[in-house]
Design a protein around this ligand. Structure first.
Ligand SMILES: [Cu+2]
Length: 66
């Protein structure tokens, strides 16, 4: 099990968090997603995680890394 913490942006409310959770869960080896609305840090757990792929997906969802 690996864990990655990604500094995202533009996360403002529970709706944003749920969009990210739905968008990343079961994507690219991810099994668990946690979103911190205050710090805009997205924590993902899973196996064979590729940070670039996950960052691109976050940008696609509207929450680009900074
Ligand atoms: Cu929101």
């Amino acid at each position: 099990m690996e864990q990655l913490e990604i500094q995202s942006s533009k996360i403002k409310c529970g709706g944003c968090a749920s969009t990210i959770e739905k968008g990343l869960k079961d994507f690219a080896g991810i099994t668990e997603v946690k979103v911190n609305i205050e710090s805009n840090v997205v924590s993902v757990q899973g196996s064979e995680l590729d940070k670039t792929v996950i960052e691109n997906k976050l940008a696609e969802l509207g929450y680009p890394v900074v």
